[in-house]
Design a binder for this molecule. Sequence first.
Ligand SMILES: NC(=O)c1ccc[n+]([C@@H]2O[C@H](COP(=O)([O-])OP(=O)(O)OC[C@H]3O[C@@H](n4cnc5c(N)ncnc54)[C@H](O)[C@@H]3O)[C@@H](O)[C@H]2O)c1
Length: 188
Amino acid sequence: MRLRDKIAIVTGGGSGFGEGIAKRFAEEGAAVVVNDVNAASAQRVASEIVAAGGRARSCAGDVSSDLDVARFVRYALDEFGGLDVLVNNAGTTHRNQPMLDVAEEEFDRIYRVNVKSLFLTARHAVPHFRAKRSGVFITIASTAGVRPPSMVFTRRCEMIAFRDTARSCSSIGRTSSGKKLITRFMAW
Ligand SMILES: NC(=O)c1ccc[n+]([C@@H]2O[C@H](COP(=O)([O-])OP(=O)(O)OC[C@H]3O[C@@H](n4cnc5c(N)ncnc54)[C@H](O)[C@@H]3O)[C@@H](O)[C@H]2O)c1
C-alpha cells in the first residue's frame, strides 16, 4: 500500500481517468475525496470505493468556482483531518475543429475549467501543504498540448498554463519551507 494514511482529493473523479485514479488511490490506502461537477457520479464512485473496503467521500463542486474549490478542500480537512495530494483531473473540451471556428464563450468555458481551476486549487491547497511542509499537486494534461500548436490550440494554451502553475507551486513550496513541493505532470 503505497498511499497508506494519505488523504487525497481527485477532481472530476466521477468518471473516466478520475474514477480510475480515485479507485486506485483508495486501493493503495488513501482516503479519497471524490469531487465532480456531477454529484451523482461523484457519489457513485465514492460508494463503490467504500463498498470495496476503501475510504472515500464525495463532494460535488465546479473546479472553476472559487467557492466550490474552497468547500471541497475544507471538506477533506474536516472529514479526514488533512490533505496530502490534490489531483487536478477535471477537464473539458470542445469537439475537434479548427481554432478559428471555436466560439469565444467556448474558449472561456474550457479555460475556466482546465486552467483557472489550477489557480484555484493551488490557492486553497498550497497553504495546507505549506503548513505541514509537504504535499503533492498532480495535474493531468494532454499530449495534444505538446503537439504542433495548430492542432489543438486550447490544449497548447493549457499546457503552457499548467507548466507555469506547476513552477509557481514548486517555488512557493521551496521558499516557504525549504523543502520542494512535488508537482507532477501527467499527459495522455
Ligand atoms: N481521455 C483522453 O483521451 C484524454 C486525453 C488527454 C487528456 N485527457 C484529460 O484527462 C482528464 C480526464 O479526462 P477523461 O477522458 O477521463 O474525461 P471524462 O469526461 O470521462 O471525465 C472528466 C470528469 O470531469 C468532470 N468535470 C467536468 N467539468 C468539471 C468541473 N467544472 N468541475 C468538476 N468536475 C468536472 C466531468 O463531470 C467528468 O466526470 C481531463 O483533464 C482531460 O482533459 C484525457
